[in-house]
Design a protein. Structure first.
Length: 290
């Protein structure tokens, strides 16, 4: 791969900057997961001016460990050492790296490595979608979004960054990778529509990692799962419209799984579904097909 890491934008480990020294004793002085973000900015140079160095426009507000450009020519920025914490998540956080309820001492900034990927995010006023943009429903199962795809070169850099993290912190598990929208559902939307299975299979060199995400990017697919598991969706069933019955069924499923009960479908819900179906000898793909 013909790309380089840029260390020139490292954020000073000084008061007033969005970085803290070391990892806290709450997590055993180590990071516990990886939070993936999108920048809503397409250019790494602009991202760098916002997050990196001593004069970032988000100085004292936000940072990340890495910024990943869209091309090998842009490369990868390092903003914060893997030995230290970056302020990349925490506000309106509901869940921690493993889907359990997050305490203030376990917020994303205190417990997870933050990675920003240069991506415009979802279609919105001033940001029109193109024909190849990815369609995926939001965590509320009501809003179908269109997201800018990640480039092939960018994906390869994401794999390289993931492997670098794993080489340093080998205890981080597959299930502890998540999007910002998973730990802050309803507040954030990144990185909806991202191919986590494809990425994690490469990072962990394991083709058997199940894809618990892609087949659940639609409202109807989520409803099919709930119906299969025996939850009542009323006379409408899996009609693709998320209403009171669907919301109640999700809440009942979360309760049965002893998961954090929030009105959102997250990565952690996907894994709970995978586990529930595995006990019945089937898969997400099999139930949602057709």
């Amino acid at each position: 791969m013909a790309f380089k890491y840029n260390n020139s934008a490292i954020i000073p480990l000084k008061p007033g900057h969005s970085v803290s020294k070391g990892w806290t004793s709450v997590t055993g002085n180590k990071p516990m997961g990886v939070t993936w973000h999108w920048t809503a900015i397409e250019s790494l140079s602009v991202t760098r001016s916002v997050l990196g160095g001593p004069s970032a426009t988000s100085k004292g507000i936000a940072s990340a460990h890495y910024g990943i450009g869209r091309t090998f020519a842009e490369g990868v920025d390092r903003y914060v050492s893997l030995e230290n914490r970056s302020w990349h998540a925490g506000k309106n956080q509901v869940m921690r790296w493993d889907g359990k309820k997050s305490l203030k001492t376990e917020s994303g900034a205190r417990a997870c490595i933050g990675i920003e990927t240069c991506n415009l995010g979802y279609e919105r006023p001033g940001v029109p979608a193109k024909a190849d943009w990815i369609k995926a429903v939001n965590t509320d199962s009501k809003w179908l979004m269109k997201m800018q795809p990640w480039t092939d070169e960018q994906f390869e850099m994401m794999v390289a960054v993931g492997k670098e993290i794993l080489a340093r912190w080998q205890h981080i598990e597959v299930r502890h990778h998540h999007g910002h929208h998973d730990i802050c559902p309803g507040y954030k939307q990144d990185v909806a529509g991202f191919s986590f299975a494809k990425l994690l299979r490469r990072i962990y060199d394991d083709d058997d990692i199940p894809d618990v995400w892609a087949d659940l990017w639609s409202t109807q697919a989520r409803q099919k799962i709930l119906v299969f598991l025996g939850y009542d969706l009323g006379p409408w069933g899996a009609d693709g419209h998320w209403g009171e019955f669907s919301q109640r069924a999700l809440d009942d499923f979360q309760k049965q799984c002893k998961a954090v009960r929030v009105p959102h479908w997250t990565t952690f819900t996907c894994w709970d579904v995978h586990d529930a179906l595995a006990t019945r000898g089937t898969t997400i793909a099999a139930v949602t097909a057709g």
